[in-house]
Every structure is written in structure tokens, then in C-alpha cells.
Design a protein around this ligand. Structure first.
Ligand SMILES: [Zn+2]
Length: 561
């Protein structure tokens, strides 16, 4: 079915409660495994229908944030979504205690139950009021960022439309674009600080209500961390400082020499990787889509089928338009067994990275579409990012088609970006740990923390160079810090694994693809560390993982600088 034909109906909490009671009663009264299983599967269909409606509302809203109908629907869902979480939890409570648990575990796996137990610790109806307030603040943040109307180059631009200018090879244009961007954030800085401060206090309040010292523990539970601890994550960040920061520093020094820009680099100058400009895709957004289609047709039979379904059913909305929310994401409409890709093409290499990245997520959703229950479809988020970030590297097959004469430059740029992202991602995570361990900090103290972390994780940056960014406020533009606490490090875990796949691709494309398929096929039935083992790769928590990818990537980059 085409996206435009999918029917949206407002999910009604009262009707949902009633249906939930019916299914729960059937589950509790079940006299045999078959009856319990039937109720369990009805529950699954019932909840993924609600999720489909919520997903449709958010998607239609993000495509046009000025559409009043979906704006109302999203506000409404923000209000009632904790009620749905409560309904979900009421069943989860029965699920973990059912007498048929051994049979269900045998048929559907134990992980489902481990995750169910984590979910029970992460939510209680008492925190519904705070959850509603955080939802509203998150929506306000998104609207504030989407509202940017920046006069530049004779046009009025959104922040994502301004992004290509922030990479311009013309020093004056690039630096001016960074200033305009900084100006927008500065003008809204107080509100951005207030929103975040309120979020920190609300999240801390929720954690305390649930009996935790601070939000860190709750944040981990909410992220469904089922195979590692904050201590493991802290060690991983230390390994990044030890193995990746020195390599990144060397690469930025080379960049400064190559571009003739002063080192340490300002934020604006660090954005220019080559004197004659960053790699640009050839052709129009339509061409990029067409090459994407060719890529997936040639990669494998499964990817060919997948991309045809996406394109034939309006499941990709990728052009930048006024009123469209920023960023890119992939979601799914479980009722229709299809994923959906949202992006904002802006004529830079990001377009290609988005189309391969989000398609990686979408391909994994598509592969898992028939798996039941839906909890087994998708692994935890860091594992989902392996799907997408590795697919970006499989996209190298079409670098020549996407980038023409800039193909070699693109490969350099992408690998450079993958490596240098790790320190930034670790910094975002470190910042959040400090913020939630000391929720009483003032906004000014938070800026100071960010500034100090920047000196550790990004020593190639000259902090005096760019207003706003140099003042330790750059975290305000990081959506995840507002909307998805503790999510960001997931990209670092996944990037490490994607780089491990990249190392294998350099030796054998077939071998890399076959291991990737093994991992994707396990869908949500294994934890992150188990999935990495399924692919026969070292876990990012082993020091060797980061050391080895740093060495291989550096060898590749040094031959091409
Ligand atoms: Zn992703």
C-alpha cells in the first residue's frame, strides 16, 4: 500500500484500555500454552496497531510541521502516550509472571523476558505527569529548531538548508554561514537552556520517584541496556581518548596543511576537509535515488526487492522543504509491514550517507517484517545503528556513480568522518553522565563542562574561533541531548562495529556481506554483544577493537591524503 493511502485514526486510550482488559483476561485465564500463546499474539497485534497510528501521526507531522491537523494529533499523542505505556506495562507484568513463561521462552527466546523486566523497572504510572511534561518540552525544542528563518545568500533558509554553506570552500561564505547559524542559537540560547534545565529536573524527579539516586540508572533502563554497564561505557570512552583522539588530531593537522588554514582549527574551518571543497554528489536528488536503486539491485536479491517496495510505495520522503522537520530517520508502519525513510537532501555528501544509512535501518526492518512477536523484530538501538552505519560502507560500491570525480575524495571524507565522529560522540555521552550525576548544575556550569570536554576530546579545535560553539554551547544543537538521553554513545558502538566490517570489506566484499546478513537476520533476538559475536567480530568493549580499526583506517587514509 502507498504511504498516502495508509489510514490514520486517532488512537483512543479508553477503547485501548477496554481491548487490553479483554486480552489480559484471556491471557490470565489461559488453561493451556496454546491459549496463552494466542492471547500473547493478540496483544502483539493490538500494540503494534497503536504504534502504527502513532508512527503515522509523527511521520506526517514531521513532513509538514505547519499542518495543523497533525500538529494537534502529535500534541494529543504526547499527552496520551504515557497512558499507552501504562497499558503496555500492565500486560508486561502478567507476561513475566505467567506459568507458561518456560514454554514462551522456549518458542520466542529469553531475551524478550529480560527486556520485559527492564521495561518494568523503567516505568511506573506515577511518572506519567513528568513524562507528559518532558514530551511537551521535547516537541517545543523540535519546533524551535525547525522555526529558524535565516537570511543568507539572498534567501530565507532553515538550519538544514544552511548546512551546505557551512561546508563551502569559500572561507568567507563558510565562516559567515557558521556565524549566522551561531546567531540563531544565541538568540534562542536562554530558552534552549531553560528547556534543557527543565528536562534535567523532570528526568531526575522521575528517577527519584522510581527509587534511583539520579537519572543515569533510569536513563540506562530506558535505553534498554541489557548487556553492559555505565562502567563499561566509561572504559570505552577512555579507549576512544587513548586510541582515536591522537589519530584524529593527526588527521586534522594534515587537513590544516592541506587546506592552508591555521591550526588548531576553528569549528568553521574544521568543516572544510579539502581546499577545493568537500565531495559533492553528481546530479540531482532524483539521480541519487536512482543510483541508490542500482546499488541495492546489485548488492543482493533481498536488497533489490526491498528498494523496489520502498520506491513503489512512497516510502521515502527525502527532499528538503520549508516546514519539514530537520534531520533524518527511519520508522516503520508495522500494520503494513513496511519501513519509511525521512530525510532532508541538501546537495552535500550527507545526502548519500543518509540514503545509505536510513536504508540500512529500513532494510533491517524489512528483513524482520514477518517476525513475531514484534519485540523480536528489532534489537536495541546501538545494534540497529550497526545495520545503518555498515550499510553506509557497502554504499562505497557506487561511490563513482554517486560522486564522479569526487569518488576518492568521498571515501576519504566518509572514513575520516567515521573515525573523527567517535571522540565527538563519546563527548556527548560524557557530558550527559556529568549533567545527570549533578542535576543541580546551572546552565553556565553546563557550558563550562562542555568546553572542558571539548579540550579533551577535540584538541584540534580552537575554541576562541567561533561564537556560540566556542562558548561551550554547541551541545544545544544536538537534538539527542534534549530528546533521547544516553542514546548518542550508541552511534559510537555501532560505528566501531561498522569500521570492523569496513576492514573485512577491504579484503572480501562477499565475506563482509555474508556476516552482515547473519547479524541482520538475527533481528531483535540477540543482545548487542551477542549480535557482534554472531558476525564474528570483536566487541567494542575489548580494547583491541578500537586499536585495530584505528590502525587500518589510518593506513588507508595515509595512502590517500
Ligand atoms: Zn541511524
Amino acid at each position: 500500500m502507498k504511504f498516502s493511502e495508509m489510514k490514520y485514526e486517532r488512537p483512543d486510550p479508553e477503547a485501548a484500555k477496554q481491548r487490553a482488559e479483554e486480552i489480559k483476561t484471556a491471557f490470565m485465564k489461559a488453561g493451556s500454552f496454546e491459549e496463552a500463546e494466542a492471547a500473547f499474539l493478540s496483544w502483539d497485534r493490538f500494540t503494534f496497531h497503536i504504534e502504527t497510528m502513532i508512527s503515522l501521526a509523527y511521520t506526517r507531522h514531521s513532513i509538514d510541521t505547519t499542518d495543523e491537523y497533525f500538529e494537534q494529533e502529535v500534541d494529543y499523542i504526547d499527552q496520551v502516550s504515557p497512558v499507552f505505556t501504562e497499558i503496555q506495562q500492565s500486560f508486561t507484568k502478567l507476561l513475566v509472571k505467567t506459568a507458561f513463561r518456560p514454554q514462551l521462552e522456549k518458542k520466542y527466546g529469553k531475551l524478550l523476558f529480560l527486556n520485559a523486566e527492564i521495561f518494568l523497572q523503567a516505568f511506573s504510572p506515577e511518572i506519567i505527569p513528568e513524562t507528559q511534561q518532558t514530551n511537551a518540552l521535547e516537541t517545543e525544542y523540535q519546533k524551535l529548531i525547525a522555526s529558524a528563518q535565516i537570511s543568507f545568500d539572498g534567501k530565507t533558509l532553515t538550519l538544514s538548508q544552511l548546512a551546505p554553506y557551512k561546508q563551502s570552500e569559500n572561507d568567507e561564505v563558510r565562516r559567515a554561514a557558521w556565524l549566522c547559524d551561531a546567531q540563531f542559537y544565541r538568540e534562542n540560547g536562554d530558552r534552549l537552556d531553560q528547556i534543557f534545565d527543565e528536562l534535567v529536573k523532570l528526568r531526575t524527579g522521575k528517577a527519584k520517584k522510581l527509587g534511583y539516586d539520579n537519572f543515569v540508572k533510569l536513563g540506562y533502563l530506558q535505553m534498554n541496556r541489557n548487556c553492559y554497564t555505565p562502567e563499561d561505557v566509561a572504559k570505552f570512552r577512555e579507549s576512544i581518548v587513548k586510541y582515536i583522539v591522537p589519530v584524529a588530531e593527526k588527521l586534522y593537522r594534515e587537513q590544516a596543511e592541506r587546506t592552508g588554514l591555521p591550526y588548531p582549527l576553528t569549528f568553521a574551518d574544521a568543516a572544510l576537509h579539502f581546499r577545493d571543497g568537500n565531495p559533492k554528489p553528481q546530479g540531482t536528488p532524483e539521480d541519487i535515488l536512482a543510483i541508490g536503486k542500482k546499488l541495492y539491485h546489485e548488492l543482493s536479491e533481498e536488497t533489490a526487492e526491498f528498494i523496489d517496495v520502498m520506491l513503489d510505495n512512497e516510502l521515502m520522503d527525502v527532499l528538503s522543504k520549508k516546514g519539514k522537520a530537520s534531520g533524518g530517520y527511519c520508522t516503520e508502519f508495522a500494520d503494513y509491514k513496511v519501513p519509511f525513510i525521512f530525510a532532508n537532501f541538501n546537495g552535500t555528501a550527507d545526502d548519500v550517507e543518509v540514503i545509505t544509512h536510513e536504508a540500512g535501518h529500513a532494510f533491517a526492518f524489512y528483513t524482520a517484517r514477518d517476525i513475531i512477536p514484534s519485540d523480536n523484530k528489532s534489537p536495541t538501538l546501538e545494534a540497529c545503528e550497526i545495520h545503518s552505519m555498515t550499510m553506509e560502507f557497502f554504499g562505497w560500491r557506487e561511490s563513482e556513480a554517486f560522486f564522479g570525480k569526487d569518488a576518492e575524495k568521498f571515501r576519504y571524507h566518509h572514513l575520516f568522518g567515521a573515525l573523527t565522529f567517535l571522540p565527538y560522540g563519546a563527548m556527548v555521552d560524557h557530558f550527559q553522565h556529568i549533567v545527570y550525576e549533578k542535576p543541580e548544575m546551572s546552565p553556565q556550569q553546563r557550558h563550562t563542562v562542555w568546553k572542558e570536554l571539548t579540550a579533551t576530546y577535540m584538541p584540534w579545535i580552537n575554541l576562541d574561533g567561533t561564537p556560540f560553539y566556542g562558548e561551550g554551547k554547541g551541545w544545544q544543537r544536538q537534538l539527542h541531548i534534549y530528546e533521547n538521553p544516553f542514546y548518542y554513545i550508541d552511534y559510537c558502538f555501532a560505528q566501531t562495529v561498522a569500521l570492523e566490517f569496513w576492514v573485512i570489506m577491504q579484503q572480501s566484499h562477499e565475506e563482509a556481506w555474508s556476516r552482515y546478513r547473519k547479524l541482520v537476520n538475527k533481528a531483535g533476538t540477540q543482545t548487542f554483544t551477542e549480535l557482534v559475536r554472531t558476525a564474528g567480530l570483536p566487541s567494542p568493549f575489548e580494547e583491541t577493537a578500537l586499536r585495530e580499526v584505528a590502525e587500518s583506517a589510518m593506513r588507508f587514509l595515509q595512502q590517500r591524503r
